[in-house]
Write a protein that binds this ligand. Structure first.
Ligand code: ADP
Ligand code: NA
Length: 330
């Protein structure tokens, strides 16, 4: 049975994934491995575009992989690997870079946003060519589907353009990937600024619930979450973004419907909701934290798992690169 191939990656740029990552992406990864031929990677090559500490990166790559396993990614059911362990990513990125226009790359809005933060002069060429590496990540595996959020749409368009351009110049080598709109994902907002998304790069620590936060820490963050001055516990994202965000997290983690929750909290206060949500979060993360600790306690075994994943990934990547090199004239 040929299941559609899906590919996704996540950066090892934090000590823990947060609830936004989980409810917006990773929860779906776990589900997709059952119905799709899923390739998931920790994209460490992408994590060095803005300066980094080598020891921290190495540790975060391991912690990221351990969390993915703890969340339920099963190496028997999907291919889980670390990007830098498959050298074909960088090799294909070079070839694709040579058929990408400078102007075309300059139009990528995410570079514009991120380089503004770093300062246009200081932004690295790696940050500039990041979307080309992303195109290589996708095309190497002949992925049919790529889960993308709004912020990544433009990069997938570039990927498709490059695949088609390569085919017209040198002959077919790639599957044309389609965007895959994830069902049942939720956008989680910053606890301190409920109109902004919860984000490891933009939020303050108090605005983010990390999967690896100890229960007293997440409880404190939830207690201090910004809410409006009203009293009613209803789901109304525009008028009550803070309360609605807490309800979204509650519903997603407990499996209770929004209607059920709103009915259950009728006549109760924000404090009751926050106290109960803290318990729901603590209960949800406890087994994930324990499993993560378990994977991290045996680094040799974890590295072995990742090496097996990289070998599986490489078998596919190497085949694509052979075709590409051959077509290009190497
Ligand atoms: P961050 O914004 O924290 O830097 P990333 O950009 O690395 O996170 O996102 C990794 C994945 O998690 C992406 O698929 C992204 O869409 C998803 N994600 C990140 N933050 C949120 C959020 N607040 N709500 C829903 N999904 C999110
Ligand atoms: Na991202």
């Amino acid at each position: 049975v040929d299941r559609p191939r899906v590919l996704s990656g996540i950066q090892p740029t934090a000590d823990s994934f947060h609830l936004g990552n989980y409810l917006g992406a990773l929860r779906n990864w776990v589900q997709l491995q059952e119905t799709h031929d899923a390739y998931y990677m920790v994209v460490d090559l992408h994590a060095i575009t803005a300066g980094h500490d080598p020891a921290v990166l190495r540790q975060r790559t391991r912690v990221s992989a351990a969390q993915l396993l703890a969340l339920g990614l099963d190496p028997e059911q999907c291919t889980l690997f670390v990007q830098s362990q498959v050298p074909e990513h960088a090799q294909l990125a070079w070839v694709l870079g040579c058929i990408t226009g400078f102007g075309e790359a300059s139009r990528m809005t995410q570079f514009k946003d991120k380089s503004l933060k770093q300062g246009a002069e200081r932004a690295s060429v790696g940050l500039f060519t990041y979307p080309i590496l992303q195109a290589a990540d996708i095309l190497l595996y002949q992925a049919n589907l790529v889960p993308v959020g709004e912020d990544q749409r433009q990069h997938l368009e570039l990927t498709r353009d490059l695949a088609q351009r390569f085919a017209s110049q040198f002959g077919p080598a790639f599957t044309l990937p389609e965007p895959y709109i994830l069902k049942g994902t939720a956008k989680i907002t910053d606890l301190q600024d409920p109109t902004a998304k919860m984000s490891k790069s933009a939020s303050t620590p108090a605005g983010i619930i990390e999967l690896l936060d100890p229960p007293n820490v997440s409880a404190k963050k939830i207690r201090s979450a910004v809410t409006d001055t009203g009293r009613e516990i209803i789901y109304a994202p525009a008028e009550k973004p803070g309360i609605s965000n807490l309800l979204t997290i509650y519903s997603a983690l407990s499996g209770r419907t929004m209607e059920d929750l709103v009915a259950a909290y009728d006549g109760k206060g924000y404090g009751d909701l926050k106290k109960d949500l803290a318990e729901v979060v603590a209960e949800f993360v406890a087994p994930i934290q324990e499993a993560t600790r378990g994977y991290l306690a045996d680094p040799a075994q974890l590295d072995k798992q990742l090496a097996i994943g990289a070998e599986k990934a490489r078998a596919v990547a190497a085949q694509t690169l052979r075709t590409v090199y051959e077509r290009v004239g190497f």
